[in-house]
Design a protein around this ligand. Sequence first.
Ligand code: GLU
Length: 417
Amino acid sequence: MVARQSAWESAQIQLAEAVKHLGLDDGTHQLLATPRREMTVSIPLRRDDGHVEVLRGYRVQHNLSRGPAKGGIRYHPSTDIDEVRALAMWMTWKCALIGIPYGGAKGGVTIDPRLYSRNELERVTRRYASEIGPIVGPEKDIPAPDVGTDDQTMAWFMDTYSVNKGYTVTGVVTGKPVSVGGSQGRGGATSRGVMYSAFAALREAGISPREVSVAVQGFGKVGGLAAQYLHDAGCKVVAVSDVKGGAYNAMGLNPAAMLRAIKSGMESVAGYPGTDPISNEELIELDVDILVPAALEGVIHDGNADAVKARFIVEGANGPTTPDADAILESRGAIVVPDILANSGGVAVSYFEWVQDLQAYWWTEDEVNDRLRAIMDKAYDEVSTLAREQGVSLRTAAQMIGVGRVAEAHRTRGLYP
Ligand code: GLU
């Protein structure tokens, strides 16, 4: 079997495509292809039984030209430096695309958080926060949640950074609980953005949300609420899945009830009453109108893209479709609403949270949601207009806008020395 494109390969291929369309010179291409700063740390952890184990952590700042670096922290067993590099690069284009004043970064710890107690995860987070402390801060690099981390992780991070500084610095991370400087609306922001961008694509095609069926891969922070919002807006959500498997019902599911069950201890959506079991692989190939991959990268690849039947693929995850798969989907006329557009609602509201933290002045949930919608609709319009003008996919258009703005910042600032 030919090796599938990794996240880092995919990110480089997408960048090269944007560079080609923008006509950027080789030096600029190299500059954009290379992370600005990378930190690898070891995290000694005392397990609950007393023995010590040493984990690996990373923080990659891909680009700082448009402002401080921004991006989540991932806790996952397969996280490595190349994955973090790819995710950091995608953050750079994402922030530039939606017009928020940040560069891109990502962090990660190679760990399966499901195998560690809450106390152990707190110690991992505090040590990781201390180790990367010198390169983060509200003016330098602002982490946020990603796969395997959440608002509690951010609270521990903020507390550790603040205690080390000697005063409270709420603006060092976003995605915090509202009680410690988080923003209204941040919890559901990525999912809300997925819905807005899906609806923008439907609008362009003249289709009503009430006519469409949806499958969502990943029932975590992004996929769970995306399924609920899409259902509440009138779509028929027929399948959802998590790491352990999926649940299918052709008549439609009730994602809100499933989310409540998960909250009160249900381990997986697989086996949910009134549903048929479905694997993650089968879900990707379901005959639905909209497929929302909202888990990990590389799930739509050259081995299954031919079998994807959805007309719209709305990327809740970062990098779920490899470039090989993109080409196959495009030749079939499928519309891929790319990650840096579709899932940008999270970092958009992270930006609102940071602004509120810096000003110590709080917005209402309606203000947050209205501003989120304005940012996402504008970005969608810009991407779809450029795609039409240039005859390129939404992915290439989105990358061209993001990459183009960062290249422009470089040109304007000039090279030092
Ligand atoms: N982890 C999210 C993403 O991939 C959010 C990043 C942020 O809010 O900084 O976009």
